[in-house]
Design a protein around this ligand. Sequence first.
Ligand code: ZN
Length: 109
Amino acid sequence: MAAEKRKNLALAVGLNMLLPGLGYIYYGKWIVGFLGGGLVIAIAASNIAQNTLVVWVAVNVLMAIDMLLLNSRDRRRARDSDSMQCRSCAELIRAEAKKCRFCGEEVAQ
Ligand SMILES: [Zn+2]
């Protein structure tokens, strides 16, 4: 089982600051990235927004918060895949374990 390469949150937020949506694309969320980026560019291109910079910054803050949540969910999932529950004592043990470190029960792979 190959561990999924951990994404760099700072890089994602940085990319997103450059161009909204780019951070999502980095996370593999192409649709959200293109839609979000397209929306911001559309707002910037039209004169709907009085102040494009405000929209740009607001969207960036929202996206950064969302990516922060995405990142912690990623980490939780990675941790979960590293462990499993012992069938004998129900303690969480390493997925690679052959023997439970709590009760000593042999664990079937
Ligand atoms: Zn056990």
